[in-house]
Design a protein around this ligand. Sequence first.
Ligand code: 13P
Ligand code: SF4
Length: 369
Amino acid sequence: MTESSYQTADAGKSQALKLCSTVDAYSGSAEDIVKRHLYEPAPQAYTETEYQRASEKIKAILERENAAIIAHYYTDPLIQRLAEETGGVVSDSLEMARFGANHPAENLIVAGVKFMGETAKILSPEKHVFMPTLEATCSLDLGCPIEPFSAFCDEHPDRTVVVYANTSAAVKARADWVVTSSIALDVVDFLDAEGEKIIWAPDKHLGSYIQKHTGADMLLWDSACIVHDEFKAKGIHDLKAVYPEAAVLAHPESPESVLALADKVGSTTQIIRAAEQLPHEKFIVATDQGIFYKLSQLVPDKQFLIAPTGGAGAGCKSCANCPWMAMNNLDNLASSLTQAGNEIFVEPQLAQQALTPLQRMLDFVKTQN
Ligand code: 13P
Ligand code: SF4
């Protein structure tokens, strides 16, 4: 029988509430709901001329400093565009890690959240890793502080410790395996087949999803992503009532009731692939809105709807927009290499310890392809 143990951790919500003030209610008629959730590109902060001017400046810096941009799908569309135009990458967190480790540039600019910069540094200690802002954290990272987590692991020495990439370097260093959402299910399936019992941290929804699909014996840490935790099954039902033909694509950080409605559950890259490959013309997408830039670019003929979030009265006023990802912009990206205080440092001994479970994941991925 599967044991379950939840630690209480609601970190990040208060910080996010200060950063994010839009309430996304799903009241009103069915047509109102659809109108509200149909994805429309937001007005850009830069005109095309301003973008060209800023991108020329950044391109010159990248060339001069032998640097490459590694951006996540949730970042500002202009950052994603610039990363692609300059030979960098826009991807999920697994590919960000692989790209940074394999790229010959001396300097990496990681546009995303802090754990992504730390992962790049741990995998490439000889490179300089910069971020547009070091303030961009993640509620999962905040929700899993090293001291209680380490004590929790100590209480269960017979268990293999598997942690999500959305954690600090210290938590990674305490783990046997690091995984991202695109490979988590396969790794746990493999460990379960080997007869391993598992400690999983920090995302409880992803942990439950894996537990359900693998039947593995897992103890789950209790933390959640403040963005995905707010997607609501009721709102998706309401949208499906208007568009019964729409497929639902959901990131596994979403609650179980949302995942139960999904035609495809997967990482950001797997969501994009599903939108390309599934025959549906319309999709309800339960993940951060940043992904719609890439979805619209790769699948321009299909229609995308933003899955409804908390609604009026909800604890978190999430609007499917990660407040920390939104801290990255072209201005702070442009100054990240030249302005002091934007470089990622990971204490070398910690980095060395965290490298083992990270490398284990990358080696495992190779066996899957
Ligand atoms: P992916 O690895 O699927 O890109 O997820 C990262 C993340 O932070 C999702 O909220
Ligand atoms: Fe973390 Fe959620 Fe933001 Fe992803 S969307 S970086 S899990 S807070």
